[in-house]
Design a binder for this molecule. Structure first.
Ligand code: ADP
Ligand code: MG
Length: 401
């Protein structure tokens, strides 16, 4: 049997190894084992691996190691991330591994006040943030990137999907030609490849193929439903599956809010999470979910992108996502770190076609959910006869009229 590899084997500094071990991170993942040594050689790296495979540390360790003994001299690294939540997760992880050093980070994203950010960037060695606000700071002269040594694009595919291409180019223009570039992504569509080629210097490509969807750990199902009975079906699944923590995905904020209201009305501890909320509200919601005060989170793709919360037992797709990539990102919120997970997609008749395409692209066989109360005739008749409890309520008085 192959000996277990350690971070020390990769020549990671003892201070970082110690901090990692305190987090019970002892064995590099495939993308880390592939990327870290090449990064130490000073190479540009294009890293591709699935969500949850440890990409943050694959670029984070080399940067922290370089700055361990020469920090405090202005901004040395910039890490671009598609969303505020992801930027924050990156920062949290870097702070943990930089614990035995004085490396400073600054988190820069929009929707919050500028003043604390002005202070943070003054002492920062590493800036992590979303493109828009970083450009604001560059234009105000409060962030200068002329001297940086590292430029990182994290979740590059997602950044392109979100239309950040021009912003990325604008930021790149403000950076020196001689710097080390890292480009990390779960997928490599053509646009991403072209962007990487446009600024990277003889990049080394690291493809980690470790399959994160472990069939033994993740059960994937679909269930047939109708528009009319979809919310009831979801509630039924929640009552039957009894998830400890679940994320329900919708394609729009509007649906996220509507599903949340429906579940709350049925006394299920649910909250919506989407880009329509202020940053501090989103953070509070994520915190209460992680603390299990809320047990169902109803989220849009962007809001839940990369969320790494332990103990998510179920993912429900209330609507079929746009493509296999989004599907994979969604179901990747569960069955993490060797835990079991269940993913169930609710399908209206007209969603079947899109779902078949996703299933085909995923190369997996997604099973039909074994029990479907809401497709049964008794239930449908009950609804038709208005005997369903939901239709038996007294009419509500209209407010404010
Ligand atoms: P990705 O960016 O590829 O989606 P992350 O970098 O966010 O993945 O890592 C996912 C989770 O795995 C994080 O909670 C991280 O702390 C953890 N992790 C990363 N590397 C390791 C490792 N070598 N061993 C154990 N856990 C790890
Ligand atoms: Mg990531």
């Amino acid at each position: 049997m192959k000996e277990k590899q350690t971070f020390s084997d990769l020549r990671v500094d003892a201070r970082i190894v110690e901090a990692l071990n305190e987090q019970e991170i002892t064995e590099p993942t495939e993308i880390q084992a592939g990327a870290i040594p090449r990064a130490f050689e000073g190479k540009d790296v294009i890293g591709r691996s699935k969500t949850g495979s440890g990409k943050t540390l694959a670029f984070g360790i080399p940067i922290i190691q370089e700055l361990l003994d020469k920090n405090g001299k202005g901004v040395r690294a910039i890490i671009l991330s598609p969303t505020r939540e992801l930027a924050k997760q990156i920062e949290d992880e870097l702070i943990l591994i930089a614990k035995k050093s004085t490396v400073q980070t600054a988190l820069i994203y929009g929707g919050v006040a500028y003043e604390p950010q002005f202070e943070a960037v003054k002492t920062a060695d590493i800036i992590i943030g979303t493109p828009g606000r970083i450009i604001d700071h560059i234009e105000r002269g409060t962030i200068q990137l002329e001297e940086i040594e590292f430029f990182v694009l994290d979740e590059a595919d997602r950044m392109l999907d979100m239309g950040f291409i021009q912003d990325i180019k604008k930021i790149l223009e403000k950076t020196p030609v001689h710097k080390q570039n890292f480009f990390f992504s779960a997928t490599m569509p053509m646009e991403a490849r072209e962007l990487a080629e446009s600024f990277m210097h003889e990049p080394v490509r690291v493809n980690a193929t470790d399959i994160y969807v472990n069939n033994a750990q993740l059960e994937e199902y679909y269930i047939d439903t109708l528009k009319l009975t979809k919310a009831d079906t979801l509630r039924y699944l929640i009552e039957k599956e009894k998830p400890k923590l679940a994320i329900v995905f919708t394609n729009t904020r509007l649906f996220a809010d509507a599903v949340t209201k429906y579940l709350q009305k049925h006394n299920i501890r649910a909250e919506a999470l989407h880009g329509g909320f202020a940053q501090n509200k989103r953070e509070k919601i994520i915190e209460s979910f992680a603390a299990k005060d809320i047990h169902i989170l109803i989220a849009t793709d962007v809001a839940a992108r990369g969320l790494d919360i332990e103990g998510v037992t179920h993912v429900f797709n209330f609507e079929v996502p746009g493509d296999e990539q989004d599907y994979t990102h969604r179901i990747g919120r569960t069955a993490r770190a060797g835990n079991k997970g269940v993913a169930i997609t609710l399908l209206e008749p007209e969603e079947h076609r899109d779902f078949s395409r996703i299933e085909g692209d995923s190369l997996r066989n997604i099973k039909k959910y074994p029990d479907n109360y809401f497709a049964k005739k008794e239930y449908l008749l009950e609804r038709r006869n208005n005997t369903h409890p939901r239709n038996n309520k007294r009419p509500q008085r209209r407010r404010n009229t």
